[in-house]
Design a protein around this ligand. Structure first.
Ligand SMILES: C[S@@+](CC[C@H](N)C(=O)[O-])C[C@H]1O[C@@H](n2cnc3c(N)ncnc32)[C@H](O)[C@@H]1O
Length: 483
């Protein structure tokens, strides 16, 4: 079982029918016609294209003015859960299977619907479904060795968790439901729904679904948007998705609108959301270099702080007691939710804030000699950098040194290769290969930690350079104190 976890999806390709292998790009006029025939609109100024890096995409074939609608879909074209839809009602078996899928694996829930539609090749959505990619370069399809070579424990944990759920569903839960369905009642035309098929369905949905407001229930739901989902991602997109109410009833349409004027030949891009590289890789199979939403996650761990404190130059004597701080410090750590019931120990390094505010505040508190030092501070101030070190020069110096050592320790403890080795590997990796994706991903995390160390060292230098820093102006602060 342990070895299968890395790759429980052997037959993703075998599951697919021969007809399914037709070149996707060749079928794209059919998709356009299908959208138009079913009440949608597609501007004559856009076309589908293909490149080696991001697959299919949409591109302008003429100048498009800002604000122009380039695609419009009526509300019956998106493919969502919609079990009440009588036209393409799911069988009881599919509903029974979906009910066994954990809620957090929403993509798989919707994917089951997709598998059901796919089995009926004459389904309403077939012109769209037949264009979905045959394979996905996402970590649940990586080999065990490739998953291990991601090197970053939080992501490896997530990948293994997904693999385990898929494995259990496909070997235990789904067969239990399907063995009760024979002949015409079989929702997938007698085909096994194994880990490969399930993994395919989950990947198809996780890499393409959009979150929309359900006008009837008011809830948000994830749906697949034919043709619109051919837009690739950018954090600085040139198009936006709009959900527009039509008339007085609850009906709506979905539109892709040009955010700026677009020159001929411009790829249409949408923003998939404020997603870290972990989520982009897990769900979509790509990463964005210098992603502003990416962070390195770690657990708030007193023993790590202890080692970092010593590595930062503190002697054993005089070092704070990280594992069992005095009660006044414990009370503040609890307010930061780093201790006690309801604690949330996940903290981050990287991003514009350099380190998680809670970790910064915790260290400032732990290095404070006694509660009176904090009486003119509030927790909000302690979680931010500000122009002055809130608890004085010595406290801030200790905090910065310890944080830099934490980042360096995470770098050396978590990752089996150095950034330098990874850069060398990238020079020889095949473009668009799993190896290139994996090494780029882990190198991004390492670079982020190296940047954190550099930024903290920079702050340390500035702290020394400014003679005034460290003189606490207690008189200037009023109220809000908790000391
Ligand atoms: C919603 S689909 C977009 C259409 C897709 N390119 C296709 O071939 O069907 C999302 C997928 O497109 C690719 N993609 C989108 N934006 C990308 C980007 N900025 N860089 C690399 N790949 C991207 C990824 O494979 C992702 O899973």
């Amino acid at each position: 079982m342990a070895t299968r976890l890395g790759c429980p999806l052997p037959s993703a390709i075998a599951w697919r029918s021969r007809r399914f292998y037709a070149a996707r790009a060749l079928q794209t006029p059919e998709l356009r016609q299908w959208v138009e025939k079913n009440g949608g609109y597609v501007s004559s100024g856009i076309e589908l294209t293909q490149d080696g890096q991001s697959g299919l995409g949409l591109r302008t074939t003429q100048w498009i003015p800002r604000g122009q609608t380039v695609i419009s879909l009526p509300s019956h074209l998106p493919l969502g859960m919609r079990f009440d839809d009588t036209r393409n009602a799911d069988s009881e078996a599919v509903q029974a299977i979906v009910n066994r899928v954990p809620e957090e694996l929403w993509a798989l829930r919707l994917g089951m619907k997709l598998l059901n539609e796919k089995a009926k090749e004459n389904s309403f959505w077939w012109p769209y479904i037949s264009l979905l990619p045959q394979r996905f370069q996402i970590p649940i399809f990586f080999s065990g060795d490739e998953i291990a070579s991601l090197q970053y424990p939080p992501l490896i944990y997530q990948v293994k968790k997904r693999c385990k759920v898929l494995y259990e569903l496909s070997t235990r839960d789904i067969p239990a439901v399907l063995q009760t369905c024979q002949g015409e009642k079989h929702p997938f035309a007698g085909q096994d729904v194994d880990g490969g098929a399930l993994g395919w369905a989950m990947s198809a949905v996780s890499s393409r679904a959009f979150r929309l407001q359900n006008k009837k229930s008011g809830d948000s739901e994830r749906v697949l948007l034919p043709l619109i989902d051919m837009c690739n991602h950018s954090f600085a997109p040139n198009s936006r998705l709009e959900q527009i109410s039509t008339g007085d009833n609850l009906d709506y349409k979905l539109q892709v609108v040009a955010e700026s004027s677009l020159e001929n030949g411009t790829p249409l891009t949408l923003n998939y959301g404020a997603l870290s590289n972990d989520l982009l890789l897990l769900d979509y199979g790509f990463i964005v270099p210098d992603n502003p939403y990416d962070r390195v996650e770690l657990k708030y761990d007193p023993s790590l702080l202890e080692v970092a404190c010593l590595a930062g130059g503190f002697s054993n004597q005089g070092a704070p007691s990280f594992a069992s701080p005095p009660p006044w410090q414990q009370a503040l750590l609890a307010q930061l939710r780093l201790q006690g019931a309801g604690a949330s120990l996940l903290v981050t390094l990287g991003g514009p804030e350099i380190v998680d505010g809670r970790l910064l505040a915790a260290l400032r508190i732990l290095y404070a000699g006694d509660a009176s030092e904090l009486r003119h501070q509030d927790l909000k101030q302690l979680q931010a950098w500000g122009s002055q070190p809130p608890l004085g020069f010595v406290n801030e110096r200790n905090v910065l040194r310890t944080l830099a050592a934490v980042a360096a320790l995470v770098l050396t403890r978590s990752f089996a290769t150095t950034a330098e080795v990874d850069r060398g590997l990238l020079e020889t990796a095949e473009p668009s290969s799993n190896q290139q994706l994996i090494v780029s991903y882990r190198l991004g995390k390492k670079q982020m930690l190296l940047d954190v160390v550099e930024k903290l060292k920079g702050r340390l230098k500035m702290l020394k350079a400014d003679g005034k820093v460290g003189v606490q102006d207690h008189g200037a602060r009023k109220g809000k104190g908790f000391g």
